[in-house]
Design a protein around this ligand. Structure first.
Ligand code: SF4
Length: 375
């Protein structure tokens, strides 16, 4: 099999790992348009200094002896594997051609995870040592890999990840008979946390959930996500709405609506960036599931009984208002040091989305009345 055929197979197999923000895009390619996230191979990610880089996203092999019910690598389709030098040379030619700026390397587990991990390390070592590549490398840690190999991989990678996929041991048991939640995933995440330093893994570790594959609730996902940020010091959690793949054990299972993935990303943002407690999100759930409405709007409806006075309120109250983000709230506080906010137009100029914010704010004694005012 030539290298182009391998790229077609192993690049396409890599698209199921959503390390990039294009994950939820389902647009199909066509001749009269540019831009598609379906046929994979190159994705985007953010380096520790905040730059967006294009990564060559590929599997070392798509053969796997595990039996994860959602995974296309369990199908009997065409199998392919690279050799370390072959993959290293291919990556460097793409890099020198300005097609990509970094590498995202994952793999199926063909037999012994240590053997496959050794090949992945050999590949990264090859581009680092032979080609003096100093750019960004994101490496996947395979379930079952020995500590010494995880350590060796951490020494040549900028970021590593182990996918939790499901929110608990019981849920994992529903989709895989041989992937062990605690030892294969959590233990290896704890190792990576320990190994991360300024020199090794400057971009830390990330993880991914497959939403809806094991019948889990949103609350189960959010609980583990919250724990991952606090305990495992994970930099980002990614979500991928479950989509059935032909010939897998879950091929007949219904696809998870994409809005569920989007709402989870909104919750992630509110917990991670705004510092809202998980309990506040829980209060606006329908049982253990998110509604298909912006969680911040639902929280504002529930907690902001009276309009927030933009000239008097705290930063914490300002960011509860829909249409006012972290940057805009800081601008309003900065403005207040010099002058009072006198009208909606000033707020609009500072970046407030008035359509969303108006029902929740008071400006110079004026506020738009809400339905609740009449009840
Ligand atoms: S371990 Fe599971 S998810 Fe990973 S490649 Fe193998 S079958 Fe797929």
């Amino acid at each position: 099999m030539n290298v182009i055929e391998k790229v077609k197979i192993l690049g396409a197999a890599g698209k199921f790992d959503v390390c990039a923000s294009t994950a939820s895009c389902r647009k199909t390619p066509s001749l009269d348009r540019v831009g598609s996230a379906v046929s994979s191979g190159i994705c985007h990610s953010f380096t520790p200094d905040g730059r967006c880089v294009s990564l060559f996203k590929v599997l070392y092999t798509n053969s796997c002896s595990f039996d994860c019910k959602y995974c296309p690598n369990t199908c009997s389709g065409r199998k392919a594997s690279f050799e370390p030098e072959e993959l290293g040379n291919l990556f460097i030619s793409l890099y020198l051609g300005n097609y990509v700026e970094g590498l995202f390397l994952s793999s199926g587990i063909a037999g012994d995870p240590d053997r496959v991990s050794e090949k992945m390390i050999e590949t990264v070592n090859f581009i680092r040592e032979r080609h003096k590549f100093r750019g960004y490398v994101h490496s996947k840690v395979l379930p079952g890999t020995d500590y010494s190999l995880v350590k060796a991989l951490s020494e040549v990678s900028d970021r590593m990840s182990v996918n939790v996929e499901t929110p608990s041991k019981a849920r994992m048991g529903m989709v895989s008979s041989n992937k062990e939640f605690k030892s294969d995933i959590l233990r290896r995440q704890a190792w990576i946390k320990r190994l991360a330093s300024r020199k090794n893994l400057p971009a830390g570790q990330t993880t991914q959930f497959i939403v809806g594959a094991s019948g889990e609730s949103d609350l189960e996902i959010l609980r583990l996500m919250d724990w991952e940020y606090r305990q495992m010091k994970v930099k980002r959690c990614y979500f991928s709405a479950f989509s059935p793949v032909k010939e897998t054990a879950l091929e007949g299972k219904e696809r998870t609506p994409i809005w569920r993935e989007n709402r989870l990303y909104q919750c992630d943002w509110l917990l991670r960036k705004y510092g809202f407690p998980l309990g506040d999100l829980k209060n606006v759930m329908d049982g253990e599931f998110l509604a298909n409405e912006a969680p911040k709007l639902l929280m504002a409806r529930q907690t902001l009984d009276s309009p927030v006075d933009v000239n008097e309120c705290s930063f914490e109250d300002l960011i509860k208002v829909p249409g006012i983000g972290l940057v805009t709230a800081k601008r309003i506080l900065g403005y207040r040091k010099k002058d009072k906010v006198k009208g909606y137009e000033e707020l609009r100029n500072m970046g407030v989305v008035l359509k969303r914010a108006r029902p929740f704010i008071e400006v110079a004694g004026k506020h738009q009345r809400r339905l609740g005012d009449f009840l």
